[in-house]
Design a protein around this ligand. Structure first.
Ligand SMILES: [Zn+2]
Length: 306
């Protein structure tokens, strides 16, 4: 986890009953530590200046009362982004598997809220969108599970993901959540690249009907697992609308590789395939947070630095 980025986010009061709940126009400072009675874990305390009350770092959060320390939550998250399975993490941290399962669900939920809130707060600007899908087994190895992911190829920012079958609906849901996070200005033109999977085109027609975009499909032909030809099919716009180095799906394919490497459920030729999509979902959100906000990418650079 080298190259940590520095992102200072505004602090706010998380107590729902407080008059100043969620407002940035407040002062939050550290206010000593508190040791939990049951498991002797140290928790950071904070003070809400306008509401004049203290609160703990896990208070009002999904991790409240989950009998772990922040260090253990952090270790669990890191191990999940290194591709460890729940059983192994439980073994390393000397915890029950069910405890790690609960932590994963709660941490995954927090990661999702963090990502979506931040993107909506800042307004996501997407210029080069790449989407792709990868599949794995589900349950008893009888079903296929498809994972759809979207990335901003210039900044390598992983926007979001969806699960589903090879119908039009997962790409529709994927595009709907991208649209929700987007900051659309009048001059916004999005350049989109996918493979030949036709559901993307139908989903784009449905969801991006008010958005100006150029769309390129990369059609790869393989013979005996070897890549034979790569054809470009400009569905909307022409070659001139796609700058050099954007006429490909390389970046999203690189992300797929990272996912296969870091998410035990998506590994090929193993017994670790997914039995419960909720577990995969939590693991994916933890990985998204790690990929976007802990490992370095270019999203948070200013225009001049890019
Ligand atoms: Zn408050």
């Amino acid at each position: 986890m080298a190259n940590k980025i520095n992102t200072t986010l505004p602090l706010f009061c998380p107590r729902h009953g407080c008059k100043f709940y969620g407002l940035y126009d407040n002062k939050i400072t550290k206010d000593g530590k508190y040791t939990t009675e049951n498991d002797n874990v140290k928790r950071q305390m904070f003070y809400c200046h306008r509401g004049k009350h203290r609160f703990s770092e896990t208070g009002f959060s999904d991790l409240f009362g989950k009998h772990g320390s922040f260090k253990e939550y952090e270790q669990t998250s890191k191990l999940f982004s290194y591709g460890m399975s729940c059983d192994k993490i439980a073994d390393v941290l000397e915890k029950d598997k069910r405890t790690i399962d609960t932590w994963r669900r709660n941490i995954g939920g927090k990661c999702e809220i963090f990502h979506i809130t931040l993107c909506m707060l800042v307004g996501l600007s997407v210029k080069f969108l790449q989407m792709d899908e990868l599949w794995s087994f589900l349950k008893r190895k009888n079903d296929q599970l498809w994972v759809f992911a979207a990335i901003e190829s210039k900044t390598k920012f992983w926007i979001t993901f969806e699960f589903g079958s090879t119908t039009v609906w997962p790409p529709v849901r994927l595009l709907k959540s991208i649209k929700m996070l987007l900051k659309i200005r009048d001059d916004t033109i999005i350049t989109i690249t996918t493979d030949k999977f036709s559901a993307y085109k139908n989903a784009l027609d449905k969801v991006f009907n008010e958005i100006t975009y150029y769309y390129l499909q990369i059609v790869k032909k393989r013979y005996r697992k070897k890549l034979v030809t790569v054809k470009k099919f400009f569905v909307k716009g022409s070659s001139d609308n796609f700058p050099a180095k954007t006429q490909n799906t390389s970046f999203i394919e690189r992300l797929n590789l990272t996912l296969r490497q870091n998410i035990s459920y998506l590994r090929r030729k193993t017994l670790g395939y997914c039995k419960n999509t909720n577990n995969l979902k939590s693991t994916m959100w933890i990985n998204l947070l790690n990929y976007n906000y802990i490992l370095k990418n270019d999203t948070f650079l200013t225009e001049n630095q890019q």
